[in-house]
Design a protein around this ligand. Structure first.
Ligand SMILES: Cc1ncc(COP(=O)(O)O)c(C=O)c1O
Length: 373
C-alpha cells in the first residue's frame, strides 16, 4: 500500500537532482521583504480604499459566496464589477470567475465548442495550455509570437473555424505579442482570437485598459479577452470579456462557472475599487516605466513592455542561488525553472511594483546586481 509513496519519493529525488525542488516559505503578515516577485504591479493589494471597500462587503455579505451564482443568486457586487470591467475593456459584456485560471479554462472550452481547431502559442501560460487540453479539439502549438506561422497553420486547414490563443504580455519573458498582426491573420481566415491580458491589464493602453485596447482590438466581435483580477487589480478572480452570446454560452455551459463557488463578494468589491483607482493611476504607470528603464540599464537587459523582466541564469541551480541570495538580503524576486519556462531555460523574473518606495526599490536593485552569478 505504501509503494505509491516510495514512487513519489523517487520522483522527488529526480526533481532534486535536476535542481527542480520547490519549497514553501513562511510569509509573515507584515512582510519585510521588498516585493519584486509578486504581481501587485500597481501596489493596489494594500491600498486603504481597496481594503475599506472589501471590508464593507465582508460585513454585508459574509465570508464566502456560499455557492455558485446560478444556485445562490448573483450579487449586485458581481454584476456591477462585470459592468465596470466590460466598460474598461471596451467589450459589450464580461463574466467574472473565481480565478484567472478558471476563466481561461472556460473561455477556451466555450469558444472551442464552435471551432474545429485550436492554435496555441508555444509560450502560453499553463492555464491556457490546460484550457486547450480540455477543449476537446485538435490543438496545434504555433511557434512563439509568429503570425506568419499561425497564418500557415490556418491556411493548411481551409474550411475549419479555428481558435487562436495567445497572451498579450507573456508571463515568463514579459514580451508583447504582435496582437494587431495576429488579428489580421485570424480575421483573414475567419478565426477567433483569444487574448489573455493578465499581465497588461492596468498597465498598457489608455487608463491601463490593457494590451487588447492598446492594439486597437477592443470590442471586436471576433476577439475574446481574458484576464486575472489578481495582478494589477491586486485581488483575486478572473474575467472573460466578449460578445453577449458568448458570455451567455459560458453562463449556461461553462463548467468552471457552473460548478464552482462564486468569487467572494468581499473580493469582488475590493477588486472593483482597485479598478476605479487603476483608471486614474497614470502616476503609478509612469513609475513602472521609469523603474523598468532603471532595471534594464542596471542589468543590461531590454526595457520591459509592461511590468515583467526576465533575466536568463546559467542554469536552475544558479537561478535558485541568485534568488535565495537576494531573499537573504530582504529582496523577493521570482525564480523560474522548467517546467515553468517554455524554452527550458532558468531565469530570474522581476516584476515591478509601484507600491514599493524609491528607497526600497533602489536598495533591491543594488542587491540583485551584487548577487548576480
Ligand atoms: C498569463 C496568466 N494567465 C492566467 C493566470 C492565472 O490567473 P489566476 O492566478 O487568477 O488563476 C496567470 C497567473 O497567475 C497568468 O500569468
Amino acid at each position: 500500500m505504501t509503494g505509491w509513496l516510495s514512487a513519489l519519493e523517487r520522483l522527488a529525488d529526480s526533481r532534486a537532482k535536476a535542481g527542480l525542488t520547490r519549497r514553501l516559505r513562511p510569509r509573515p503578515a507584515a512582510d519585510p521583504v521588498v516585493d519584486l516577485a509578486g504581481n501587485d504591479y500597481l501596489g493596489l493589494s494594500t491600498h486603504p480604499a481597496v481594503i475599506a471597500a472589501s471590508a464593507q462587503a465582508l460585513s454585508r455579505y459574509g465570508l464566502g459566496a456560499t455557492g455558485s451564482r446560478l444556485v445562490r443568486g448573483s450579487t449586485e457586487a458581481h454584476s456591477s464589477l462585470e459592468a465596470a470591467l466590460a466598460d474598461f475593456l471596451g467589450t459589450p459584456a464580461a463574466l467574472v470567475f473565481s480565478s484567472g485560471y478558471l476563466a481561461n479554462l472556460a473561455a477556451i472550452r466555450g469558444a472551442a465548442a464552435v471551432c474545429d481547431l485550436v492554435v496555441s502559442d508555444a509560450y502560453n501560460h499553463a492555464s491556457l495550455i490546460d484550457g486547450c487540453k480540455m477543449a476537446g479539439r485538435p490543438t496545434i502549438v504555433a511557434p512563439h509570437n509568429d503570425p506568419a506561422a499561425v497564418a500557415a497553420i490556418l491556411a493548411e486547414h481551409p474550411g475549419r473555424r479555428a481558435l487562436v490563443v495567445t497572451e498579450s504580455v507573456f508571463s515568463v519573458d514579459g514580451d508583447l505579442a504582435p496582437l494587431a498582426e495576429l488579428h489580421e491573420v485570424t480575421a483573414a481566415h475567419g478565426a477567433l482570437l483569444l487574448i489573455d491580458d493578465a499581465h497588461a491589464l492596468g498597465i498598457l493602453g489608455p487608463s491601463g485598459a490593457g494590451g487588447v485596447t492598446a492594439a486597437g482590438l477592443a470590442g471586436r466581435s471576433d476577439v475574446i479577452v481574458t484576464a486575472t483580477l489578481s495582478k494589477s487589480l491586486g485581488g483575486a478572480g478572473g474575467v472573460v470579456a466578449g460578445p453577449p452570446p458568448f458570455i451567455r454560452h459560458l453562463i449556461e455551459t461553462g463548467r468552471t462557472f457552473i460548478y464552482d463557488t462564486a468569487l467572494p463578494p468581499s473580493v469582488v468589491a475590493g477588486v472593483h475599487e482597485a479598478l476605479r483607482i487603476t483608471r486614474s493611476a497614470d502616476d503609478r504607470r509612469a513609475l513602472l516605466t521609469a523603474r523598468g528603464a532603471q532595471v534594464a540599464a542596471a542589468l543590461s537587459v531590454h526595457r520591459p513592455v509592461a511590468g515583467v523582466l526576465s533575466i536568463v541564469a546559467p542554469g536552475p541551480e544558479a537561478a535558485v542561488t541568485w534568488a535565495a541570495d537576494c531573499r537573504d538580503q530582504g529582496v523577493a524576486v521570482g525564480c523560474f525553472r522548467p517546467p515553468s519556462t517554455p524554452d527550458g531555460s532558468s531565469r530570474l523574473r522581476l516584476t515591478l511594483n509601484a507600491g514599493v518606495s524609491d528607497e526600497a526599490f533602489n536598495h533591491a536593485l543594488s542587491v540583485i546586481v551584487e548577487c548576480a552569478p
